[in-house]
Design a protein around this ligand. Structure first.
Ligand SMILES: Nc1ncnc2c1ncn2[C@@H]1O[C@H](COP(=O)(O)OP(=O)(O)OP(=O)(O)O)[C@@H](O)[C@H]1O
Ligand SMILES: [Mg+2]
Ligand SMILES: [Zn+2]
Length: 159
């Protein structure tokens, strides 16, 4: 049955305590889930994922994740910044936004991703950690400081 009603807003279930990752670049929610490393064995709370949800910001669409009873460590937030540079992290306590910040992607990235060039010194078993310069943010592109290879597929090369 058709109606004239338009769904203006999609609201995921509110959470009492936990973290909301909002304004994720559209299409990246499942890659953020990979970073969170959630599996059947290590979680005992609820996660809601919104994919291709209308956004009021300049990009028309976004993804978002609400995860109960979990707060994120800084390494996790840094990796999220690599695939969703405009994401906001809100920490929910007793249903209210207790803290909120935007992830931050430095111009220089150390050790979060691997270089996609198999011959790069950073992939040769030497004690050389991968380092990159951010050459584009929308979409994300990183240049390896050792071999100059441009990494575009960051989500598949996260460490
Ligand atoms: N109790 C809650 N349970 C689940 N999500 C919540 C709760 N309280 C706030 N949020 C979500 O946390 C995020 C930040 O909340 P805030 O009130 O700052 O939203 P906002 O005004 O829409 O901000 P923004 O400009 O970042 O979109 C939003 O995605 C909001 O939907
Ligand atoms: Mg909002
Ligand atoms: Zn390299």
């Amino acid at each position: 049955m058709q109606t004239n009603q338009t769904v203006k807003e999609i609201k995921l279930a509110p959470i009492r305590n936990g973290t909301v990752i909002d304004h994720i670049a559209c299409g990246q929610a499942l890659n953020v889930m990979k970073i969170l490393g959630v599996s059947e064995n290590n979680i005992d709370s609820c996660i809601s994922i919104g994919i291709h949800v209308p956004s009021t910001k300049e990009s028309k669409w976004k993804d978002l994740i609400k995860i109960e009873d979990r707060e994120l460590d800084s390494a996790t937030v840094d990796k999220i910044a690599l695939i969703a540079p405009d994401a906001t992290i809100s920490i929910i306590r007793d249903y209210y936004v207790a803290e909120k910040y935007t992830v931050h992607l430095d111009d220089h990235v150390s050790g979060l991703a691997r270089c996609s060039n198999p011959n790069c010194i950073t992939n040769k078993g030497e004690p050389v950690a991968p380092e990159f310069t951010v050459v584009s943010r929308h979409p994300i592109q990183l240049r390896c400081c050792y071999c100059d290879r441009i990494l575009t597929n960051v989500s598949d090369n996260l460490l």
